[in-house]
Ligand binder design. Structure first.
Ligand code: ZN
Length: 238
């Protein structure tokens, strides 16, 4: 398969995505014409220009979600984010992509720095001591050395594919604290994401999640219990 046909596949994926999510009513012909570019620009800020400027460099993932691996400029998704986005549920992936694109349109560069963790990974994170020592021996004591969760395996939304954490970046520099997080929270709310910033007991500003429809009106604890039961029964999570 040549580059051109890859691109055509991507464009028709994109058209399908815009149709499914935004009722864009595009013909899914794989051709990035005026209507497709206009719809992409309208619903995915920054994307329309990218299609026009670099049509042959784009790629798509298998789930119809727009992920542009290996590209860090303009409307592309960086590889770190793309890798994390792949770990979350297909229903949540487009929202993570859109959060990146909409934040970028507002002048804020974010990356998805954490997605789904297995129970074992969650337990390892939970077991990490809060001791002020350079546990990972990278020469600095930072957030990577401290316990970052109060949840054991099976008790975090990150274990079920509905949650992701972002980091704000200035160039390559990660900004653990910034007033811009509040702005990203506002954008996330406009996309219908639930924000850790709103949690009463332990607000978690960089955390976002999407509840499955069956969990809209129940408590967090009840949702987690149902998730554990569904995992144990091999049932669908969303
Ligand atoms: Zn989180």
């Amino acid at each position: 398969m040549g580059i051109a046909s890859d691109n055509q596949e991507f464009i028709s994926d994109l058209q399908g995505y815009l149709n499914d999510r935004y009722q864009a009513k595009l013909q899914e012909d794989g051709h990035a014409g005026r209507l497709t570019r206009a719809a992409a620009g309208r619903f995915l800020p920054g994307f329309g220009d990218q299609i026009k400027a670099a049509p042959l460099a784009l790629g798509a993932d298998q789930a119809g979600v727009i992920i542009l691996p290996g590209r860090t400029n303009n409307a592309a998704i960086d590889t770190r984010s793309a890798g994390q986005i792949e770990t979350i549920l297909p229903q949540v992936q487009p929202l993570a992509v859109e959060l990146i694109l909409k934040a970028r349109a507002a002048g804020i560069e974010i990356k998805i720095i954490s997605g789904t963790r297995t129970y074992a990974e969650q337990n390892a994170l939970y077991a990490r001591a809060t001791n002020g020592k350079d546990d990972d021996q990278d020469g600095r004591i930072d957030e990577a050395d401290e316990r970052v969760t109060k949840a054991r395996g099976g008790y975090s939304n990150h274990n079920f594919g509905i949650a992701f954490d972002i980091g704000i970046f200035e160039g390559e520099r990660y900004l653990p604290e910034s007033k811009l997080y509040a702005q990203v929270v506002r954008i996330a709310k406009s996309l219908g994401l639930e924000c850790g910033a709103d949690w009463k007991s332990f607000p978690d500003e960089p955390h976002f999640q999407l509840r499955p429809p069956w969990a809209r009106a129940i408590s967090e604890a009840a949702m987690l219990a149902e998730f554990r039961a569904r995992v144990a029964a091999g049932k669908s999570l969303f």
